[in-house]
Write a protein that binds this ligand. Structure first.
Ligand code: ATP
Length: 137
């Protein structure tokens, strides 16, 4: 459990929050093990968020996540998954604690600045969705 996976979502990229969000991440003691800026294709977003395909917000989630570039990264720290969930705060920024990334940079529950893996197993699957093993140092 020493790695997690994150995405900086289109709203945050568009608002020029990449730098401030990465500063929060490194200030919290995470090491950036791999990172790139990409644009998700619709089919990729549908697979990545496949667990939500029956939810009412699925179509708008896929549209939002493909609306502009995102930053994907693998982060290393002791207890990374849980530690990063604490750093990003609640899914709904109105419920996120002060100082968390979502409290500082999210616009709404749908435009909530970042993604963070919710389990060690998902972190590995999500990291390998975007990176080959040789890209993760
Ligand atoms: P993420 O997986 O992005 O880190 P999360 O684990 O906090 O978020 P999930 O419940 O897995 O939240 O939802 C995935 C994403 O779907 C959320 O980050 C958010 O962008 C979107 N989402 C979740 N609930 C809603 C909702 N009620 N309305 C609109 N969008 C939502």
């Amino acid at each position: 459990g020493n790695f997690t996976f994150t995405m900086i979502k289109p709203g945050a990229v568009n608002n020029e929050y990449i730098g401030p969000i990465l500063a929060k991440i490194t200030d919290a003691g995470f090491r950036i093990a791999a990172m790139k800026m990409i644009k998700l294709r619709t089919a990729q977003a549908e697979v990545f968020y496949g667990i939500h395909k029956e939810r009412p917000f699925f179509r708008s989630l896929v549209e939002f996540m493909t609306s502009g570039p995102i930053v994907v990264a693998v982060l290393e720290k002791e207890n990374a998954v849980q530690s990063y969930r604490e750093l990003i705060g609640s899914t709904n920024p109105e419920e996120a604690k002060s100082g968390t990334i979502r409290k500082l940079f999210a616009e709404s529950v749908s435009k909530n600045a970042v993604h963070g893996s919710d389990s060690v197993e998902n972190a590995a699957n999500e990291a390998l969705f975007f990176f080959s093993r040789s890209e993760i140092f």
